[in-house]
Design a protein around this ligand. Structure first.
Ligand SMILES: Nc1ncnc2c1ncn2[C@@H]1O[C@H](COP(=O)(O)OP(=O)(O)O)[C@@H](O)[C@H]1O
Ligand SMILES: [Mg+2]
Length: 224
């Protein structure tokens, strides 16, 4: 169970706090969805939860234990926005083994299976994969680390409608084994599979009703 208690982030370079007294709870095997416009603080929040940036005040706890940035780096697996831009391996195998040269093939196949890429050649070039496959590979790279909490920054951005739908189906499957915290500027695809929803506006988090998030211009496209 993840708890954020009055989490605030106010770097000296910013005239106002970027995250303002954020309170949030996320249970295991749940997907939390934070929806907010560009610049509202979504990526900053994920960076703090991944241990890549240091909060100014407040607490981040897992069960009853307060977490340091180092513990957060162990606990969380952050998939950046457009993760395919950060691929470094020449092959799928190299990408999955980066930082884990000792990984046996069972672990590699488990991770690929979890994201529906079991039939992919380990020798395929990450940059030659389809957009949807690249997102799945980026997820597999994090799953191999066995994080408790998967943090996903705009996971459907830049994908076409059918690939977005496949990714949403995959996230619904992954939440059976992991806690997921997803941030997006676009609620349409993800609200249906979210267990908890919040909006983020100018660094302020509020509980949201999923139905209100998908009303109006954010309505999902009809299935064809
Ligand atoms: N370390 C920092 N110093 C100053 N401003 C920052 C810092 N980190 C983030 N910001 C600002 O915080 C705001 C929120 O950014 P971000 O978290 O990327 O929003 P989002 O992901 O919702 O688009 C932006 O205006 C960004 O410039
Ligand atoms: Mg962002």
């Amino acid at each position: 169970m993840l708890y954020l208690k009055n989490l605030t982030y106010h770097p000296t370079a910013s005239p106002t706090a970027i995250l303002k007294a954020i309170n949030l709870e996320l249970a295991p095997q749940q997907m939390g969805l934070i929806v907010g416009p560009s610049g509202s603080g979504k990526s900053t929040l994920l960076e703090i939860l991944a241990g890549l940036a240091q909060k100014t005040s407040g607490q981040i706890c897992w069960r009853d234990q307060e977490l340091t940035p180092e513990a957060l780096r162990q606990l969380g697996g952050l998939v950046f926005q457009f993760p395919e831009r950060h691929f470094c391996g020449h092959t799928v195998l190299e990408e999955l083994r980066l930082g884990h040269p000792e990984l046996n093939s069972d672990k590699i196949y488990q991770a690929l299976d979890a994201v529906g890429l079991i039939h992919l050649s380990l020798q395929a070039e990450p940059h030659a994969l389809s957009g949807g496959q690249q997102r799945r590979l980026a997820l597999a790279v994090q799953l191999i680390r066995q994080p408790y909490l998967l943090l996903l920054d705009e996971p459907t951005a830049g994908l076409d409608w059918s690939m977005r739908r496949q990714l949403v189906t995959l996230l619904a499957k992954l939440k059976k084994d992991w806690s997921l915290l997803v941030v997006s500027h676009d609620a349409a695809d993800l609200t249906a599979i979210a267990d908890r929803c919040w909006t983020l506006s100018h660094g302020q988090l509020q509980i949201a009703d999923p139905a209100s998030l998908i009303s109006g211009e954010n309505s999902p496209q009809p299935a064809v």
